[in-house]
Design a protein around this ligand. Structure first.
Ligand SMILES: [Zn+2]
Ligand SMILES: [Zn+2]
Length: 193
């Protein structure tokens, strides 16, 4: 994983947009010109994906992570906007067939200098950076975590698995006599009318 710290050369100081693939930026290098981050991270960048998911650990990344961001700074406030792109795979909640999902979480972050906040009332909503360095890595992983889906199904009409033989009912119609009666009403079955 290569995350070079962005170092501006004086001869590109006047350009309108500075491009980089770095995710760790030196704050003093971000002028009011836009810094454009355009990079593809290897899957290892998100190797903690299962820990980020609240629905279990059976989730994997099956693509690189595209990162396309614009970074600007006004005084001590760094604004990061853009989006991420990745494809994940996870079992269907009902039939356990693998489901691929493309995600493109939007990123909209405002980071304020930790030094500036010190002594003032700390705003809990406000993300901070320390010193002259903004390390976007963990902020971006958090954005991925927030974009992960809950209760993934392969199709809204997925029939799931037979509770007796385990057959995938989308493909097979097994002969098991599954009790379709809602257990709350099971008692009614024995009432003779
Ligand atoms: Zn399914
Ligand atoms: Zn069955």
């Amino acid at each position: 994983m290569i995350n070079l710290v962005l170092l501006l050369k004086p001869n590109i100081f006047n350009s309108q947009m500075i491009s980089t693939n770095a995710l760790i930026l030196r704050v003093s290098d971000i002028t009011e010109n836009v810094v454009h981050i355009d990079t593809l991270q290897e899957p290892e960048w998100l190797e903690n994906l299962p820990e980020l998911w609240s629905e279990g650990s059976e989730i994997k990344l099956i693509s690189k992570v595209g990162i396309d961001l614009n970074v600007t700074r006004v005084l001590n406030e760094v604004t990061v906007t853009g989006n991420l792109r990745l494809t994940i795979e996870t079992p269907c909640f009902r039939c356990v067939e693998a489901v691929k999902i493309e995600l493109s979480p939007l990123v909209s972050l405002v980071l304020t200098s930790d030094d500036q906040l010190r002594g003032e009332e700390q705003d809990l909503e406000c993300e901070t950076y320390q010193g002259d360095e903004v390390d976007l890595n963990n902020y971006l992983r958090e954005q991925v975590a927030m974009a992960l889906p809950v209760k993934v199904v392969c199709d809204e009409i997925c029939k799931g698995l037979c509770t007796i033989c385990g057959a995938n009912l989308n493909n097979d119609d097994c002969d098991c006599e599954r009790d379709q009666i809602d257990p709350r009403f099971a008692v009614l079955k024995d009432i003779k009318i």
